[in-house]
Design a protein around this ligand. Structure first.
Ligand code: PLP
Length: 327
């Protein structure tokens, strides 16, 4: 076994485990919610769990600048920018936009700016070769005496995925104390770059949380994510002393809507219903589509854990999108 990788304590843990009975009828199962949207202040969401491992490695290697990438409203980029500010690291973000925006920064992008991150806009075509671009930039900075650490899209590599193996350990302790001790029929989580899904699948089996993990794709498709997740699981198991088999993994791609970050009126109406029935606020890019998908799933277990992975700043940056659904 490899030595246990270092981890920073950045998140506010454990995040609450909540039973949301008022949503059972709407979602069609006994619904429990792991509130990873409450994992911190403005840097909250699922990415902070991955960054506890990734930024620990950056510090261990004495890097001074962190490079990462995402969409203009990337939750991952925002969490990275804020945590870098906290740790005294410089942060460079490669953000994907069709053209440089001429509006004032809002949502995640505003928080990136507040945190002092250097933002470089890149086109969708450049984004396709983001790994090469980030490696090039790291080499340039390095040659100028600024050692750089590259965090891949979404923090999704084997090291980042460990954040969600640990999240399942944390959940096991909560189940032993106050939850259903025999766990869940399935864990359901939104899937954008696959690292969360991979970590949950390893951790859910290892800690007896659930035999099945369902990833709700918000982009790409089932074949893509099955491949990505199984590669990440294979790599992350290098850190796993017991070599426990991962939980069964299912990717659903029928609920991702018209495109990444584009939702349907039906999905938005569902999010409004959820907020009004429970006070849970979902985001239109990830969690709204994922819980909507669970509600529409034909066959699902009787008791499900939904991981609320965050995303509030993105919702607040898209007020016009919801105007028609609020009455
Ligand atoms: C990034 C993100 C996800 C998806 O996690 P991945 O590990 O990238 O698949 C889900 N929900 C929110 C709010 C996110 O920001």
């Amino acid at each position: 076994m490899n030595p246990r990788p270092p981890r920073l304590r950045l998140a506010h843990l454990p995040t609450p485990l909540e039973r949301h009975a008022s949503l059972d009828a709407l979602v069609g199962t006994e619904l429990w919610v792991k509130r990873d949207d409450m994992s911190a202040g403005p840097e909250a969401g699922n990415k902070i769990r991955k960054l506890e491992f990734l930024l620990a490695e950056a510090l261990e290697q004495n890097r001074r600048v962190v490079i990462t990438c995402g969409g203009l409203q990337s939750n991952h980029a925002r969490a990275t920018a804020l945590l870098c500010a906290r740790l005294g690291l410089r942060c460079v973000l490669l953000l994907r936009t069709a053209s440089a925006p001429d509006s004032a920064p809002e949502g995640n992008w505003l928080l990136d700016r507040l945190a002092g991150a250097e933002i470089r806009f890149i086109t969708p075509d450049q984004y396709r070769v983001r790994d090469e671009l980030m490696a090039q930039l790291a080499a340039e900075l390095e040659s100028r005496g600024e050692p750089a650490y590259v965090v891949p899209e979404g923090g999704s590599n084997a090291l980042g995925a460990l954040g969600y193996v640990e999240a399942m350990r944390e959940l096991r302790e909560q189940l032993d104390r106050a939850g259903p001790r025999d766990g869940f029929g399935a864990v359901v989580v939104a899937c954008g770059s696959g690292g969360t899904l991979a970590g949950v699948s390893l951790g859910a089996a290892r800690y007896g949380v659930a035999p099945l993990v369902i990833g709700m794709a918000v982009c790409d498709d089932r074949t893509y994510f099955e491949h990505v997740a199984s590669e990440l699981i294979r790599a992350a198991r290098r850190f796993d002393a017991d070599r426990v088999e991962p939980a069964a993994l299912r990717v659903e791609d029928a609920f991702k809507g018209p495109a990444y970050a584009v939702s349907t009126a039906e999905q938005r109406r569902f999010m409004v219903q959820v907020a009004r029935a429970s006070g849970l606020v979902l985001d239109p890019v990830y969690t709204g589509k994922a819980l909507f998908g669970l509600s529409r799933l034909a066959d699902k277990p009787q008791r499900v854990l939904f991981i609320h992975t965050g995303g509030l700043p993105g919702l607040l940056a898209s007020p016009r999108e919801f105007a028609a659904e609020l009455d």
